[in-house]
Design a protein around this ligand. Structure first.
Ligand code: DOR
Ligand code: ZN
Ligand code: ZN
Length: 397
């Protein structure tokens, strides 16, 4: 039994003081006051457990960068209770045997819900479709994140299976010749939307960052196509003028101020339905190389909530409802998981954000193995103090 005292929950965009009683894995009572000893959360914002549909936990294969244990602990620190892990691993989970290795690590090490993506193509090489016929019984989630699709016949064949089995596909849209240029993203987006339309399948686009991409997605949505997309905190809150060191290097890269503004616009008008971090840890050794040489990717799972809270909610640009939608409800709807609403009878998956105090994010506090954050030294509100996953405390400051 866990009793949370003096928390506040969001009711119609207002924070209302409540005590919350948890028994087993369930929220059993929410009331103005519940008698008894408990954890005093001191006015903290009790928020539905956050969900990130796009993280890289690097295991199996790249455990120097991250493991399921460190990645899931960092996620718990960030307030997340569910994350989806990308398949650019070694071995790539493109068949049951390979996926089983990752599943075993998740079973042993994860402190929150970690759901694996299998790859769309064998080895993420775009030449042959993964063994989706068998993988489908183990995971609904498919991506070749890290690389773009380069053979559209193979993509069509994969999409037919994804449609047939009612699975979820998330695309890293990148033209293999234009690469990191804005057109490298939006040309691939336009092509892929056409393929999704032809097959008639739900198609999700990862980390969108250009106006032309958002316009293509808007247009498709208007037409009634089931095209969705996510945006990242870094594309929302940084642009190319902010680049200082390799911890600002990722793919898609930081773009112009205009594209940054278009990213926020797409989130606010609903073109993008959720925020996903693309948490991509690398070792300090890798990231201390010259800018041109070092790998793409930044961590993000520990700073997503305070960034979005401070820069969008506290400023009045967005509401608490929007915050909960982008960070929890919408990604969960997208992948068809039950919502983590703070309600009696619901599973106790929640976090408690300290929205009244500013905190300077420091390298020393990072739980991820990767220290490659562009937000080190930033002063933010809304850092998470406590995470409960299925009734268990998985992070407490
Ligand atoms: O910045 C990125 N990092 N973009 C990607 O597409 C891959 C990811 C990674 O795996 O490091
Ligand atoms: Zn990607
Ligand atoms: Zn990624």
């Amino acid at each position: 039994m866990i009793l949370l005292k003096n928390g506040r929950i969001n009711l119609n965009n207002k924070l209302v003081k409540k005590d919350i009683l948890i028994e087993g894995d369930t929220i059993v009572k929410i009331a103005d006051e519940i008698k008894g000893d408990g954890i005093d959360v001191k006015g903290g914002y009790i928020c539905p457990g956050l969900t990130d549909i796009h993280v890289h936990f690097r295991a199996p294969g790249f455990e120097k960068k991250e493991t399921i244990k460190t990645g899931s602990m960092a996620s718990a620190k960030g307030g997340f209770t569910t994350v989806l892990a990308m398949p650019n691993l070694n071995p790539v989970p493109d068949c049951l045997e390979n996926l089983a290795i990752e599943e075993e690590l998740i079973k042993k090490e994860a402190v929150i819900e970690v759901l694996p993506y299998a790859s769309v193509t064998v080895g993420e090489k775009s030449t042959k479709v993964s063994d989706i016929d068998n993988l489908k019984d183990h995971t609904r989630f498919y991506s070749d994140d890290g690389v773009g699709f380069s053979d559209y016949e193979v993509l069509d064949e994969a999409l037919e299976k994804i449609k047939k089995y009612d699975l979820f596909v998330a695309s890293h849209a990148e033209d293999k010749i234009l690469r990191y240029a804005p057109a490298g993203e939006y040309e691939a987006v336009r092509r892929e939307i056409a393929h999704a339309k032809k097959i008639g399948v739900h198609y999700h686009l990862c980390h969108m960052s250009t106006k032309e991409s958002f316009d293509a997605i808007r247009e498709a949505q208007k037409e009634g196509l089931d095209i969705t997309c996510e945006v990242t905190p870094h594309h929302l809150f940084l642009n190319e003028n902010d680049i200082k060191n390799p911890n600002f290097k990722m793919n898609p890269p930081l773009r112009s101020k205009e594209y940054q503004q278009e990213t926020l616009k797409a989130l606010l008008d609903g073109t993008a339905c959720c925020i996903a971090t693309d948490h991509a840890p690398h070792t300090e050794e890798e990231k201390s190389q010259a800018y041109d040489k070092c790998p793409n990717g930044i961590i993000g799972i520990e700073t997503s909530a305070p960034l979005v809270y401070t820069k969008l909610v506290k400023t009045g640009i967005a509401t608490l409802d929007q915050f909960e939608d982008w960070m929890s409800n919408n990604p969960r709807r997208l992948i068809r998981l039950p919502l983590n609403s703070i309600k009696e009878g619901n599973k106790a998956n929640l976090c408690v954000l300290d929205i009244d105090h500013e905190h300077i994010y420091s390298k020393e506090e990072i739980l991820s193995k990767g220290k490659n954050s562009p937000f080190i030294g930033e002063s933010l509100y809304g850092f998470n103090m406590l995470t409960i996953y299925l009734g268990n405390i998985v992070y407490q400051k």
